[in-house]
Design a protein around this ligand. Structure first.
Ligand SMILES: [Zn+2]
Length: 465
Protein backbone atom coordinates (compact mmCIF):
# COMPACT_ATOMS: atom_id res chain seq x y z
CA UNK A 1 0.00 0.00 0.00
CA UNK A 2 1.30 3.38 -1.02
CA UNK A 3 1.83 6.28 1.37
CA UNK A 4 -1.36 8.34 0.96
CA UNK A 5 0.60 11.59 0.83
CA UNK A 6 3.81 10.70 -1.01
CA UNK A 7 6.26 13.14 -2.53
CA UNK A 8 6.29 12.91 -6.31
CA UNK A 9 9.30 13.70 -8.42
CA UNK A 10 8.57 15.94 -11.40
CA UNK A 11 10.97 16.27 -14.31
CA UNK A 12 10.17 19.56 -15.98
CA UNK A 13 12.16 19.08 -19.19
CA UNK A 14 14.55 21.63 -20.62
CA UNK A 15 12.36 24.57 -21.63
CA UNK A 16 9.71 26.90 -20.27
CA UNK A 17 10.75 26.07 -16.73
CA UNK A 18 8.98 29.00 -14.99
CA UNK A 19 5.75 28.25 -16.87
CA UNK A 20 5.90 24.51 -16.23
CA UNK A 21 6.81 24.95 -12.57
CA UNK A 22 3.86 27.33 -12.19
CA UNK A 23 1.45 24.84 -13.77
CA UNK A 24 2.62 22.02 -11.53
CA UNK A 25 2.31 24.30 -8.49
CA UNK A 26 -1.28 25.15 -9.37
CA UNK A 27 -2.65 21.89 -10.76
CA UNK A 28 -0.72 19.21 -8.88
CA UNK A 29 0.19 21.18 -5.76
CA UNK A 30 -2.74 23.49 -5.00
CA UNK A 31 -5.70 21.90 -6.73
CA UNK A 32 -4.84 18.25 -6.08
CA UNK A 33 -2.92 18.84 -2.86
CA UNK A 34 0.11 16.70 -3.82
CA UNK A 35 3.64 17.22 -2.58
CA UNK A 36 6.36 17.16 -5.22
CA UNK A 37 9.90 18.22 -5.90
CA UNK A 38 10.85 19.30 -9.37
CA UNK A 39 14.03 19.15 -11.37
CA UNK A 40 15.23 20.09 -14.80
CA UNK A 41 15.44 17.35 -17.42
CA UNK A 42 16.08 16.78 -21.09
CA UNK A 43 13.57 17.14 -23.91
CA UNK A 44 10.06 18.54 -24.01
CA UNK A 45 8.07 16.16 -21.82
CA UNK A 46 7.05 16.76 -18.25
CA UNK A 47 7.18 13.49 -16.27
CA UNK A 48 5.60 12.86 -12.86
CA UNK A 49 7.22 9.87 -11.16
CA UNK A 50 6.94 7.82 -8.00
CA UNK A 51 8.09 4.33 -7.04
CA UNK A 52 9.18 3.31 -10.54
CA UNK A 53 5.96 4.36 -12.25
CA UNK A 54 5.43 7.54 -14.21
CA UNK A 55 2.94 9.79 -15.94
CA UNK A 56 4.38 11.37 -19.07
CA UNK A 57 2.95 14.68 -20.32
CA UNK A 58 4.24 15.69 -23.77
CA UNK A 59 4.06 19.47 -24.26
CA UNK A 60 2.56 21.11 -27.32
CA UNK A 61 2.10 24.78 -26.37
CA UNK A 62 5.16 25.08 -24.12
CA UNK A 63 7.62 23.19 -26.29
CA UNK A 64 10.82 23.88 -28.17
CA UNK A 65 13.15 26.76 -27.41
CA UNK A 66 11.98 29.42 -24.99
CA UNK A 67 12.52 31.97 -27.72
CA UNK A 68 9.38 30.82 -29.51
CA UNK A 69 7.48 33.49 -27.65
CA UNK A 70 4.35 31.73 -26.42
CA UNK A 71 2.88 35.16 -25.77
CA UNK A 72 2.19 35.38 -29.47
CA UNK A 73 1.07 31.80 -29.93
CA UNK A 74 -2.56 31.23 -30.56
CA UNK A 75 -4.42 27.98 -30.19
CA UNK A 76 -4.98 25.81 -33.23
CA UNK A 77 -8.23 26.46 -35.04
CA UNK A 78 -9.39 22.99 -34.31
CA UNK A 79 -10.33 22.14 -30.75
CA UNK A 80 -10.14 18.43 -30.07
CA UNK A 81 -12.53 16.48 -27.90
CA UNK A 82 -11.31 14.14 -25.18
CA UNK A 83 -13.89 11.39 -24.77
CA UNK A 84 -14.06 10.64 -21.04
CA UNK A 85 -16.32 7.61 -21.40
CA UNK A 86 -13.94 6.06 -23.90
CA UNK A 87 -11.09 6.65 -21.47
CA UNK A 88 -13.10 4.79 -18.84
CA UNK A 89 -13.41 7.83 -16.55
CA UNK A 90 -16.33 8.57 -14.24
CA UNK A 91 -18.45 10.84 -16.38
CA UNK A 92 -20.02 12.64 -13.42
CA UNK A 93 -16.74 14.47 -12.85
CA UNK A 94 -17.05 16.19 -16.23
CA UNK A 95 -19.50 18.64 -17.72
CA UNK A 96 -20.19 16.45 -20.73
CA UNK A 97 -18.89 13.35 -22.43
CA UNK A 98 -16.10 15.23 -24.15
CA UNK A 99 -13.62 17.72 -22.71
CA UNK A 100 -12.34 20.40 -25.10
CA UNK A 101 -8.58 20.04 -25.56
CA UNK A 102 -6.83 23.13 -26.91
CA UNK A 103 -3.41 21.61 -27.46
CA UNK A 104 -2.05 18.14 -27.94
CA UNK A 105 -1.58 15.47 -30.60
CA UNK A 106 -3.17 12.11 -30.09
CA UNK A 107 -0.91 9.04 -30.08
CA UNK A 108 0.02 7.11 -33.23
CA UNK A 109 -3.14 4.98 -32.96
CA UNK A 110 -5.34 8.05 -32.47
CA UNK A 111 -5.75 7.66 -28.72
CA UNK A 112 -5.16 10.34 -26.10
CA UNK A 113 -3.82 7.92 -23.53
CA UNK A 114 -1.24 5.21 -24.16
CA UNK A 115 0.34 2.86 -21.65
CA UNK A 116 3.60 0.94 -21.70
CA UNK A 117 4.42 -1.16 -18.68
CA UNK A 118 4.80 1.28 -15.79
CA UNK A 119 4.30 4.47 -17.74
CA UNK A 120 1.13 6.21 -18.91
CA UNK A 121 1.39 8.95 -21.54
CA UNK A 122 -1.32 11.61 -21.76
CA UNK A 123 -1.18 13.08 -25.26
CA UNK A 124 -3.80 15.72 -24.53
CA UNK A 125 -1.72 18.72 -23.47
CA UNK A 126 -3.61 19.58 -20.30
CA UNK A 127 -0.73 21.70 -18.98
CA UNK A 128 -0.52 23.89 -22.10
CA UNK A 129 -4.32 24.12 -22.35
CA UNK A 130 -4.50 25.16 -18.68
CA UNK A 131 -1.76 27.71 -19.22
CA UNK A 132 -3.66 29.24 -22.12
CA UNK A 133 -6.75 29.71 -19.93
CA UNK A 134 -5.23 30.60 -16.54
CA UNK A 135 -2.80 33.17 -17.93
CA UNK A 136 -5.41 34.56 -20.38
CA UNK A 137 -2.80 34.11 -23.09
CA UNK A 138 -5.22 34.88 -25.91
CA UNK A 139 -5.79 38.37 -24.48
CA UNK A 140 -2.11 39.29 -24.27
CA UNK A 141 -1.29 41.65 -27.09
CA UNK A 142 -4.78 41.32 -28.59
CA UNK A 143 -6.15 44.44 -30.27
CA UNK A 144 -9.76 43.38 -29.89
CA UNK A 145 -11.33 45.82 -27.44
CA UNK A 146 -14.81 46.91 -26.40
CA UNK A 147 -16.01 50.45 -25.59
CA UNK A 148 -14.23 50.33 -22.22
CA UNK A 149 -10.94 49.19 -23.74
CA UNK A 150 -11.48 45.64 -22.58
CA UNK A 151 -11.17 42.25 -24.18
CA UNK A 152 -14.74 41.15 -24.93
CA UNK A 153 -16.07 37.71 -24.05
CA UNK A 154 -17.22 37.22 -27.61
CA UNK A 155 -13.63 37.35 -28.86
CA UNK A 156 -12.60 34.45 -26.63
CA UNK A 157 -12.02 30.90 -27.71
CA UNK A 158 -14.23 29.67 -24.89
CA UNK A 159 -17.14 31.73 -26.18
CA UNK A 160 -16.75 30.76 -29.83
CA UNK A 161 -16.38 27.07 -28.97
CA UNK A 162 -19.17 27.09 -26.40
CA UNK A 163 -17.24 26.15 -23.26
CA UNK A 164 -17.30 29.43 -21.32
CA UNK A 165 -19.90 27.83 -19.06
CA UNK A 166 -17.53 25.05 -18.00
CA UNK A 167 -14.50 25.24 -15.69
CA UNK A 168 -12.37 23.41 -18.20
CA UNK A 169 -9.14 23.69 -16.18
CA UNK A 170 -10.91 21.92 -13.31
CA UNK A 171 -11.83 19.18 -15.80
CA UNK A 172 -8.19 18.86 -16.85
CA UNK A 173 -7.36 18.39 -13.19
CA UNK A 174 -9.90 15.54 -13.11
CA UNK A 175 -8.18 13.90 -16.09
CA UNK A 176 -4.83 14.15 -14.31
CA UNK A 177 -6.35 12.76 -11.16
CA UNK A 178 -7.88 9.75 -12.95
CA UNK A 179 -4.42 8.85 -14.29
CA UNK A 180 -2.65 9.46 -10.98
CA UNK A 181 -5.17 7.19 -9.25
CA UNK A 182 -4.66 4.52 -11.89
CA UNK A 183 -0.88 4.63 -11.44
CA UNK A 184 -0.76 5.08 -7.69
CA UNK A 185 -3.92 3.72 -6.05
CA UNK A 186 -4.31 4.89 -2.48
CA UNK A 187 -2.95 8.40 -3.03
CA UNK A 188 -5.34 10.95 -1.56
CA UNK A 189 -6.28 14.28 -3.06
CA UNK A 190 -7.23 17.55 -1.45
CA UNK A 191 -10.92 17.55 -0.54
CA UNK A 192 -12.95 20.69 -1.09
CA UNK A 193 -16.61 21.55 -0.81
CA UNK A 194 -18.81 23.74 -2.93
CA UNK A 195 -19.02 27.26 -1.60
CA UNK A 196 -20.19 30.68 -2.69
CA UNK A 197 -18.08 33.79 -2.35
CA UNK A 198 -20.20 36.89 -2.62
CA UNK A 199 -19.05 40.43 -3.31
CA UNK A 200 -20.60 43.86 -3.76
CA UNK A 201 -19.03 46.71 -5.73
CA UNK A 202 -20.14 49.97 -4.15
CA UNK A 203 -20.39 52.22 -7.21
CA UNK A 204 -23.34 54.22 -5.88
CA UNK A 205 -24.14 54.06 -2.17
CA UNK A 206 -26.85 56.73 -2.62
CA UNK A 207 -29.52 57.02 -5.29
CA UNK A 208 -29.92 60.80 -5.19
CA UNK A 209 -26.28 61.65 -5.41
CA UNK A 210 -26.26 63.73 -8.60
CA UNK A 211 -24.88 67.20 -8.06
CA UNK A 212 -27.69 69.13 -9.80
CA UNK A 213 -31.41 69.19 -9.01
CA UNK A 214 -32.26 68.46 -12.63
CA UNK A 215 -30.24 65.26 -12.70
CA UNK A 216 -31.61 64.30 -9.31
CA UNK A 217 -35.17 64.68 -10.56
CA UNK A 218 -34.28 62.63 -13.59
CA UNK A 219 -32.97 59.90 -11.27
CA UNK A 220 -36.32 59.85 -9.46
CA UNK A 221 -38.02 59.11 -12.74
CA UNK A 222 -35.49 56.38 -13.45
CA UNK A 223 -36.04 54.81 -10.06
CA UNK A 224 -39.81 55.20 -10.28
CA UNK A 225 -39.92 53.39 -13.60
CA UNK A 226 -38.33 50.23 -12.30
CA UNK A 227 -40.44 47.61 -10.63
CA UNK A 228 -38.96 48.27 -7.26
CA UNK A 229 -38.67 46.20 -4.16
CA UNK A 230 -40.95 48.15 -1.82
CA UNK A 231 -39.05 47.06 1.28
CA UNK A 232 -35.80 48.42 -0.10
CA UNK A 233 -37.17 51.43 -1.81
CA UNK A 234 -39.54 52.19 1.05
CA UNK A 235 -40.38 55.04 -1.09
CA UNK A 236 -43.02 57.20 -2.57
CA UNK A 237 -42.86 60.42 -4.54
CA UNK A 238 -42.46 62.49 -1.37
CA UNK A 239 -39.59 60.38 -0.17
CA UNK A 240 -37.88 60.75 -3.53
CA UNK A 241 -38.41 64.49 -3.59
CA UNK A 242 -37.00 64.70 -0.05
CA UNK A 243 -33.97 62.81 -1.34
CA UNK A 244 -33.55 65.18 -4.24
CA UNK A 245 -33.74 68.17 -1.92
CA UNK A 246 -31.30 66.63 0.52
CA UNK A 247 -33.94 66.36 3.27
CA UNK A 248 -34.25 63.29 5.52
CA UNK A 249 -35.42 60.38 3.38
CA UNK A 250 -35.02 56.70 2.83
CA UNK A 251 -32.55 56.03 0.05
CA UNK A 252 -33.24 53.02 -2.19
CA UNK A 253 -29.54 52.31 -2.78
CA UNK A 254 -28.70 52.51 0.90
CA UNK A 255 -29.74 48.92 1.46
CA UNK A 256 -26.59 47.69 3.19
CA UNK A 257 -28.26 46.54 6.41
CA UNK A 258 -30.64 44.43 4.40
CA UNK A 259 -27.81 43.15 2.21
CA UNK A 260 -25.75 42.12 5.25
CA UNK A 261 -28.78 40.37 6.76
CA UNK A 262 -29.44 38.56 3.50
CA UNK A 263 -25.86 37.34 3.08
CA UNK A 264 -25.48 36.44 6.73
CA UNK A 265 -28.76 34.54 6.52
CA UNK A 266 -26.94 32.17 4.16
CA UNK A 267 -23.92 32.02 6.43
CA UNK A 268 -21.93 34.24 4.05
CA UNK A 269 -19.59 37.13 4.71
CA UNK A 270 -19.15 39.32 1.64
CA UNK A 271 -16.37 41.45 0.24
CA UNK A 272 -17.39 45.07 -0.33
CA UNK A 273 -15.29 47.06 -2.79
CA UNK A 274 -15.24 50.83 -2.35
CA UNK A 275 -14.14 53.46 -4.88
CA UNK A 276 -11.41 55.47 -3.20
CA UNK A 277 -10.43 57.89 -5.94
CA UNK A 278 -10.73 58.54 -9.65
CA UNK A 279 -12.02 61.60 -11.42
CA UNK A 280 -13.49 60.37 -14.70
CA UNK A 281 -17.22 60.66 -15.33
CA UNK A 282 -17.44 56.90 -14.83
CA UNK A 283 -15.98 56.95 -11.34
CA UNK A 284 -17.92 57.28 -8.08
CA UNK A 285 -19.67 60.41 -6.92
CA UNK A 286 -19.14 59.67 -3.26
CA UNK A 287 -16.32 60.26 -0.82
CA UNK A 288 -15.10 57.13 0.92
CA UNK A 289 -13.92 59.38 3.76
CA UNK A 290 -17.39 60.85 4.43
CA UNK A 291 -18.98 60.19 7.79
CA UNK A 292 -21.76 58.05 6.21
CA UNK A 293 -19.27 55.75 4.51
CA UNK A 294 -17.05 55.59 7.60
CA UNK A 295 -20.00 54.46 9.65
CA UNK A 296 -20.86 51.88 6.96
CA UNK A 297 -17.26 50.61 6.99
CA UNK A 298 -17.38 50.17 10.77
CA UNK A 299 -20.63 48.28 10.55
CA UNK A 300 -19.41 45.99 7.75
CA UNK A 301 -16.15 45.13 9.47
CA UNK A 302 -17.77 44.61 12.86
CA UNK A 303 -20.16 42.12 11.26
CA UNK A 304 -17.27 40.19 9.69
CA UNK A 305 -17.41 41.42 6.09
CA UNK A 306 -14.28 42.23 4.14
CA UNK A 307 -13.40 45.65 2.75
CA UNK A 308 -11.54 45.89 -0.54
CA UNK A 309 -10.56 48.65 -2.89
CA UNK A 310 -12.52 49.13 -6.12
CA UNK A 311 -9.75 50.35 -8.44
CA UNK A 312 -11.01 53.52 -10.13
CA UNK A 313 -11.40 53.73 -13.90
CA UNK A 314 -7.84 54.85 -14.71
CA UNK A 315 -5.96 52.46 -12.39
CA UNK A 316 -5.95 49.51 -14.78
CA UNK A 317 -2.37 50.26 -15.81
CA UNK A 318 -1.34 52.65 -13.02
CA UNK A 319 0.20 51.06 -9.93
CA UNK A 320 0.93 54.31 -8.14
CA UNK A 321 -2.65 55.51 -8.52
CA UNK A 322 -4.04 52.18 -7.32
CA UNK A 323 -1.53 52.21 -4.46
CA UNK A 324 -2.68 55.70 -3.45
CA UNK A 325 -6.32 54.55 -3.42
CA UNK A 326 -5.41 51.53 -1.34
CA UNK A 327 -3.48 53.73 1.11
CA UNK A 328 -6.39 56.11 1.42
CA UNK A 329 -8.75 53.28 2.33
CA UNK A 330 -6.20 51.83 4.77
CA UNK A 331 -5.80 55.20 6.44
CA UNK A 332 -9.56 55.62 6.86
CA UNK A 333 -9.87 52.14 8.34
CA UNK A 334 -6.99 52.91 10.70
CA UNK A 335 -8.64 56.16 11.78
CA UNK A 336 -11.79 54.22 12.60
CA UNK A 337 -9.81 51.77 14.73
CA UNK A 338 -10.38 48.93 12.26
CA UNK A 339 -7.83 46.46 10.85
CA UNK A 340 -6.14 48.40 8.06
CA UNK A 341 -4.69 45.69 5.85
CA UNK A 342 -6.48 46.10 2.50
CA UNK A 343 -5.82 42.79 0.74
CA UNK A 344 -8.37 42.70 -2.06
CA UNK A 345 -8.95 44.64 -5.22
CA UNK A 346 -11.49 44.55 -7.99
CA UNK A 347 -11.28 46.94 -10.89
CA UNK A 348 -14.27 49.20 -11.58
CA UNK A 349 -15.99 48.05 -14.84
CA UNK A 350 -13.75 44.98 -14.54
CA UNK A 351 -11.12 47.05 -16.30
CA UNK A 352 -8.49 44.37 -16.34
CA UNK A 353 -5.86 43.67 -18.96
CA UNK A 354 -3.63 40.59 -19.11
CA UNK A 355 -1.12 40.51 -17.53
CA UNK A 356 -0.44 44.18 -16.75
CA UNK A 357 -3.31 44.74 -14.29
CA UNK A 358 -2.14 41.79 -12.19
CA UNK A 359 1.32 43.35 -12.07
CA UNK A 360 -0.21 46.71 -11.14
CA UNK A 361 -2.19 45.11 -8.31
CA UNK A 362 0.88 43.38 -6.94
CA UNK A 363 2.96 46.56 -7.12
CA UNK A 364 0.17 48.43 -5.33
CA UNK A 365 0.48 45.97 -2.45
CA UNK A 366 -2.62 43.89 -3.06
CA UNK A 367 -2.78 40.18 -2.21
CA UNK A 368 -5.86 39.15 -4.16
CA UNK A 369 -7.45 40.40 -7.36
CA UNK A 370 -11.01 39.54 -8.41
CA UNK A 371 -11.39 41.29 -11.74
CA UNK A 372 -11.14 38.26 -14.00
CA UNK A 373 -14.69 37.78 -15.14
CA UNK A 374 -16.49 39.13 -18.18
CA UNK A 375 -18.73 42.18 -18.02
CA UNK A 376 -21.30 41.11 -20.55
CA UNK A 377 -21.74 37.40 -19.87
CA UNK A 378 -21.38 34.93 -17.02
CA UNK A 379 -18.95 32.01 -17.03
CA UNK A 380 -15.39 30.89 -16.44
CA UNK A 381 -13.07 33.43 -18.06
CA UNK A 382 -9.95 31.71 -16.71
CA UNK A 383 -11.42 28.20 -16.82
CA UNK A 384 -11.46 27.48 -13.11
CA UNK A 385 -13.68 27.70 -10.06
CA UNK A 386 -10.70 27.88 -7.68
CA UNK A 387 -8.64 30.75 -6.36
CA UNK A 388 -5.12 30.43 -7.73
CA UNK A 389 -1.71 32.11 -8.05
CA UNK A 390 -1.24 34.11 -11.25
CA UNK A 391 1.46 34.09 -13.89
CA UNK A 392 2.80 37.11 -15.73
CA UNK A 393 3.44 35.90 -19.30
CA UNK A 394 5.36 39.04 -20.27
CA UNK A 395 7.89 38.85 -17.43
CA UNK A 396 7.64 35.06 -17.31
CA UNK A 397 7.18 34.67 -13.59
CA UNK A 398 4.63 33.58 -11.05
CA UNK A 399 3.39 36.56 -9.07
CA UNK A 400 2.74 36.71 -5.34
CA UNK A 401 -0.77 37.94 -6.20
CA UNK A 402 -3.67 35.49 -6.28
CA UNK A 403 -6.80 35.55 -8.39
CA UNK A 404 -10.22 34.82 -6.94
CA UNK A 405 -12.22 34.41 -10.12
CA UNK A 406 -15.57 36.08 -10.73
CA UNK A 407 -18.15 33.91 -12.49
CA UNK A 408 -21.56 35.42 -11.98
CA UNK A 409 -22.36 39.12 -12.07
CA UNK A 410 -25.83 40.69 -12.02
CA UNK A 411 -25.12 42.52 -15.27
CA UNK A 412 -24.06 39.37 -17.07
CA UNK A 413 -27.68 38.21 -16.89
CA UNK A 414 -29.19 41.40 -18.21
CA UNK A 415 -30.14 39.98 -21.60
CA UNK A 416 -32.07 37.04 -20.22
CA UNK A 417 -35.67 36.67 -19.15
CA UNK A 418 -36.19 35.41 -15.63
CA UNK A 419 -36.48 31.74 -16.50
CA UNK A 420 -33.32 31.80 -18.57
CA UNK A 421 -31.43 33.78 -15.93
CA UNK A 422 -32.34 31.35 -13.15
CA UNK A 423 -31.37 28.43 -15.31
CA UNK A 424 -28.00 30.06 -16.10
CA UNK A 425 -27.41 30.48 -12.38
CA UNK A 426 -28.29 26.83 -11.75
CA UNK A 427 -25.91 25.73 -14.52
CA UNK A 428 -23.01 27.67 -13.03
CA UNK A 429 -23.71 26.38 -9.54
CA UNK A 430 -23.83 22.81 -10.83
CA UNK A 431 -20.51 23.16 -12.66
CA UNK A 432 -18.78 24.64 -9.63
CA UNK A 433 -20.33 22.10 -7.26
CA UNK A 434 -19.12 19.24 -9.47
CA UNK A 435 -15.54 20.20 -8.58
CA UNK A 436 -16.10 21.39 -5.01
CA UNK A 437 -15.10 24.87 -6.15
CA UNK A 438 -16.16 28.36 -5.15
CA UNK A 439 -18.72 30.30 -7.15
CA UNK A 440 -17.63 33.94 -7.42
CA UNK A 441 -20.74 36.18 -7.28
CA UNK A 442 -21.05 39.95 -7.70
CA UNK A 443 -24.23 41.89 -7.11
CA UNK A 444 -24.24 45.69 -6.95
CA UNK A 445 -26.24 47.23 -4.10
CA UNK A 446 -27.95 49.51 -6.62
CA UNK A 447 -29.07 46.68 -8.90
CA UNK A 448 -31.75 45.47 -6.53
CA UNK A 449 -33.98 48.40 -7.33
CA UNK A 450 -33.71 47.93 -11.08
CA UNK A 451 -36.11 45.05 -11.31
CA UNK A 452 -38.33 43.11 -8.99
CA UNK A 453 -36.79 39.95 -10.44
CA UNK A 454 -33.31 40.85 -9.26
CA UNK A 455 -33.86 39.63 -5.72
CA UNK A 456 -34.97 36.17 -6.87
CA UNK A 457 -31.87 35.89 -9.04
CA UNK A 458 -29.62 36.90 -6.20
CA UNK A 459 -31.24 34.53 -3.76
CA UNK A 460 -30.85 31.68 -6.24
CA UNK A 461 -27.18 32.56 -6.70
CA UNK A 462 -26.25 32.57 -3.01
CA UNK A 463 -28.60 29.82 -1.78
CA UNK A 464 -27.20 27.49 0.90
CA UNK A 465 -24.02 26.07 -0.46
ZN1 LIG B 1 -17.72 49.40 -10.27
Amino acid sequence: MIDSTPEFEVTLGAHYLPEREYLLNVLLGEFLGQKFRSKRGAGDDVVISLEGRSLRLPQTLLRGGDGNGHGRRQPPRQIHGFDVAEAGFAQAAFGSRTVPILYGDSGSDGSWITQEEDEITLHADVLGSSFFLLSRLEEVGSDTRDEFGLYPARASLAWSHGFLGRPVVDEYVEILWELIEALWPGVRRRQTQFSVWVSHDVDRPRAFDYPGIRDRLFSVRQHARSGTLPRLYGSCALNAIAGVLGLPHRDPFDNFDWLMDTDEGQGLRATYYFLCGGDTSLDGRYDVGSSEIRSLLRCLVNRGHEIGVHGSYATMEDASMLGAERNRLAQILRCEGLPDHVASVRQHYLRWRAPVTWRVAEEAGMDVDSSVGFNEVVGFRSGTSFEHPVFDVEHRRELRLRERPLHLMDRGLRDFDQEQALSKIDDLRREVARHGGTLGVLWHNNTFTESSQELARYQRAIAGA
